[in-house]
Design a protein around this ligand. Structure first.
Ligand code: GLN
Length: 488
């Protein structure tokens, strides 16, 4: 019999609601799983006191027939969400002792309105900058699929701990964040679903910022249905976040829009430059849509390097501005010395990648470079957004791989930072234009590791996106980690 911890979220939801397992028993089993998977280094803090208090409440509510939508379901939380009274480090030395003074909008709703249980905080790249989880001050998180090829593999990033924890069965869903692909790329590497809604769908209040006009909450799960159930609880307007959208809530759990007659575009000019196994997975997804009666059309997008350049130009500038708050006065190393030493000592605590981005951003924002760099980036972003507004008048969905490759080895060395930035070539576009996007496991690459397919649609068309993702998932040749290896 399959272990309760290995079930998908929608399955455990039913079993909990029927009283077949109590939230307290399930919680104990989850902590046992976490214990057995310590080698993955996914959890940087366990929030056991909070979790058992919440499980007690869930137990009572289920008993009284008064269950909330996620009653008693254990959830992991990327360590950049503030959970009141718990550490929130963004996996940086700068915030190593920082205890959250308030609760993020999303997690408050998940615990109080939806009844989910907070089991712990998850490893990530420092300040969400990276695509391998190797920039965390707690050391890297490991991809559970490493067992398959005998070499330690990265889980992707920056939400690497979230993706790895979901794949390994140490939580039923994990909160991630996505500035340029941080839920979708790790989802692809770990063989799970990674969903980022439109910019503005979820409140960013209480999420530690990287690049505010790109940052958006996301979710990692073991199925599209689970991602839909979670996102229905996460979406909602927040008057205290000025960028939060005032839109009617979608009903993603029941999303069921037919693909018949829909137009699916694929950037044919990107097909020539990627590995054959990735192209085959891509073609498989396009065939699934064709079989469902969609019209498949090649589209011409800019060379993907162009999107990447605009992304890194603007996000480094926003990061430099956001991270200017870590001075050692309010946040950071609170030295009793003079202001200059506080600044310097705190700055020294940032990792190499974060420092690089701060300097790059300051360079772009400086008075000499502002017009040629930052301002040009803003104008190009507006141009790209207009191009896609036109495109979405003719095309319903854009489909291409989530990542140009499978998970790579932990000891893989990039020759220069730009090489690591190429990990995001396919994902940054959705953040530039504010579109919803999802990575769904579609098959395996040339070394037998998972590959994800990336679906993107017009801003605020999540119901269409989730309907499409459910169809692809149903016809994909993919068995997740728990079912393919862990149970043997
Ligand atoms: N890997 C990308 C970066 O390093 C995206 C990160 C993210 O989405 N947070 O910027």
């Amino acid at each position: 019999m399959i272990k309760p911890t290995h079930l998908q979220l929608h399955e455990i939801k039913k079993i909990l609601a029927d009283g077949q397992i109590s939230p307290l028993t399930l919680l104990n089993e989850i902590y046992q799983e976490i214990d057995e998977h310590q080698n993955l280094n996914n959890y940087v803090t366990l929030t056991k006191n909070l979790a058992f208090q919440q499980a007690e409440i869930s137990y009572e509510r289920i008993k009284k027939g008064n269950a909330r939508p996620l009653e008693g379901i254990p959830i992991g939380v990327k360590d950049l969400y503030l959970v009141k009274g718990e550490l929130a480090t963004s996996c940086s030395e700068v915030l190593r002792d920082f205890v959250a003074p308030f609760e993020s909008h999303i997690t408050k709703n998940l615990w109080e309105k939806s009844g989910a249980i907070c089991i712990g905080k998850l490893n990530m790249d420092e300040f969400a900058m990276g695509s391998s989880n190797r920039t965390s001050c707690f050391g890297p998180s490991i991809n559970p699929w490493s067992i398959k090829n005998g070499k330690e593999l990265v889980p992707g990033g920056s939400s690497g701990g979230s993706a790895s924890a979901v794949a390994a069965g140490t939580c039923f869903a994990a909160l991630g964040s996505d500035t340029g692909g941080s839920v979708r790329q790790p989802a692809s590497f770990c063989g799970v679903v990674g969903f980022k809604p439109s910019y503005g769908r979820c409140s960013r209040r209480g999420m530690i910022a990287y690049a505010s006009s790109f940052d958006q909450a996301g979710i990692l799960t073991r199925s599209v249905q689970d991602a839909a159930i979670m996102m229905d609880q996460m979406i909602g307007n927040d008057p205290l976040d000025a960028t939060s959208a005032k839109m009617p809530k979608p009903n993603l759990e029941n999303a069921n829009i037919s693909m018949h007659g829909k137009v699916v575009g694929y950037p044919a000019n990107w097909m020539t430059i990627i590995d054959e196994s990735v192209v085959n997975a891509w073609k498989k997804a396009l065939n699934i849509f064709a079989d469902l009666g969609a019209k498949i059309e090649p589209i011409e997008l800019l060379n993907f390097d162009s999107y990447l350049s605009v992304y890194y130009l603007l996000t480094t500038a926003e990061a430099a501005s956001n991270l200017a708050r870590y001075t050692g006065i309010c946040y950071g190393n609170k030295t009793k010395e003079d202001i200059g030493s506080a600044y310097n000592k705190t700055f020294e605590l940032f990792g190499e990648e974060v420092k690089r981005r701060i300097f790059t951003g300051l360079h772009d924002l400086s008075s000499e470079n502002y017009n040629l760099e930052y301002n040009l980036g803003l104008q190009t972003r507006s141009y790209i957004k207009r191009q896609f507004t036109d495109l979405f008048n003719k095309i319903d969905l854009i489909v291409y791989p989530s990542s140009p490759r499978e998970a790579f080895a932990l000891d893989n060395v990039f020759q220069n930072p730009a090489e690591s930035y190429h990990e995001d070539v396919f994902t940054v576009l959705a953040n530039l234009i504010g579109s919803p996007a999802i990575s769904v496991p579609i098959g395996y690459g040339k070394t037998g590791l998972p590959l994800g397919i990336h679906l993107m649609s017009e801003p605020f068309s999540e119901e269409l996106l989730i309907s499409a993702a459910k169809e692809v998932e149903a016809k994909a040749d993919f068995i997740d980690f728990l079912r393919s290896y862990h149970d043997k």
